[in-house]
Design a protein around this ligand. Structure first.
Ligand code: DGL
Length: 259
């Protein structure tokens, strides 16, 4: 079983980390589209192009399955052509885990604007809070806990005051620091979509050789250093490569729809 994942950077590693814990023998291709990070400030049109190119890259890598590792990308998936391989959504997985009635969603600007969470949460009361600057801090300096804490302190005050039953970490960069976020939301159930999407795979029987390929669309050495400082892979030794997706021609885009 070869699983493909992509994100604007290190956020989706929260999903890959969970998958590796549950399915260490599968093979993985992870694309960090760092050249076009962040995704959350992009328009719907820009996002569609980026997401199509990233998906197409994974399909060309011959993955059997794509697991969403980015909420922002997942928020526009319903507007894209059908993929030739199965795709497991992260937003839907998170929404399925909801039990309460007052649900707060922390996400990127684009995800909040898309209102996908609000729509999927149906009749429940919702409160969305975009914390886009936190994405950049987690991405650029995953050990800068003091900046993260001051941002969280400010952003989560109004979330706490709203008294949610549950809070969804609707951006995988927030999943990377879920424990930290939890400290500011004591007593509130936190739903981590990175955990929930992994649960959706438990009935799949697959084998592989435990190979992990990590691609970056910008400086791969920089990504490697960052990932090493986070200790996310444990004993697994990923192979790192660089790829320049943005130099592909327009005809490349749309190949998914024509298959
Ligand atoms: N990690 C992503 C998400 O889950 C995207 C963050 C960004 O690039 O703005 O939404």
């Amino acid at each position: 079983m070869k699983v493909g994942l992509f994100d604007s950077g290190i956020g989706g590693l929260s999903v890959l980390g969970r998958l590796l814990e549950s399915f260490p023998n599968w093979d993985y291709v992870y694309l960090a589209d760092t050249f076009r990070s962040p995704f959350g400030t992009k328009s719907q049109k820009e996002l569609e192009r980026i997401v199509m190119e990233d998906l197409e890259f994974l399909i060309e890598e011959k993955v059997d399955l794509i697991v969403a590792a980015c909420n922002t990308a997942d928020s526009i998936m319903e507007d894209l052509p059908k993929l030739p391989v199965p795709y497991i959504g992260i937003i839907e997985s998170a929404v399925e885990a909801v039990n309460g009635n007052r649900i707060a969603v922390l996400a990127t600007e684009a995800t909040v604007k898309s209102e996908v969470y609000v729509k999927k949460l149906g009749n429940r009361e919702t409160f969305q809070r975009a914390i886009q600057p936190l994405v950049a801090v987690v991405e650029n300096n995953p050990r800068d806990f003091s900046t993260m804490d001051s941002m969280l302190q400010e952003a989560l005050k109004e979330v706490r005051d709203w008294k949610p039953d549950e809070v969804i970490l609707g951006c995988t960069h927030f999943s990377v620091i879920s424990d930290r976020i939890g400290k500011f939301l004591r007593g509130v159930r936190i739903i981590d979509p990175a955990v929930e999407v992994t649960k959706r795979l438990r009935d799949i029987n697959g084998s592989g050789s435990g190979k992990v390929l990590v691609y970056s669309t910008s400086d791969v050495e920089e990504l490697k250093k960052k990932v090493n400082s986070m200790g996310i892979f444990g004993k697994v030794k990923p192979i790192y490569r660089q790829v320049n997706l943005y130099e592909k021609s327009d005809s490349y885009i749309g190949a998914i729809g024509s298959r």
